[in-house]
Design a protein around this ligand. Structure first.
Ligand SMILES: [Zn+2]
Length: 93
């Protein structure tokens, strides 16, 4: 899976920089997911398939946070959740 750095700031917290205040005080819940939460308390419930784990990144300078469902969770969601259809393209005149 390719990682693309976007100029608009999307995903920059994964690189350790806050897209809002530019601080580098980013904390990630990777360790917590494996310890204090235990199974079933750290993600989204997905139909019959269980839990989609959510990675969270929080800027402790301004409080901004981002969440990402991991690759395994995305696969579960593709199977269990309804895809939102984009609006039909309006025909150009
Ligand atoms: Zn920040």
């Amino acid at each position: 899976m390719a990682e693309v750095f976007r100029i608009d700031g999307g995903g920059s917290m994964r690189q350790g920089t806050c897209p809002k205040c530019k601080a580098t005080e980013i904390h990630h819940n990777a360790h917590e997911m494996k310890t204090m939460y235990g199974r079933g308390h750290r993600g989204l419930h997905v139909g019959l398939f269980g839990i989609a784990e959510v990675d969270r990144y929080v800027c402790t300078a301004c409080g901004f946070f981002e969440s990402y469902v991991n690759a395994d969770g995305l696969e579960k969601i593709r199977k269990a959740w309804t895809r939102v259809a984009p609006p039909p393209q309006a025909p150009s005149p």
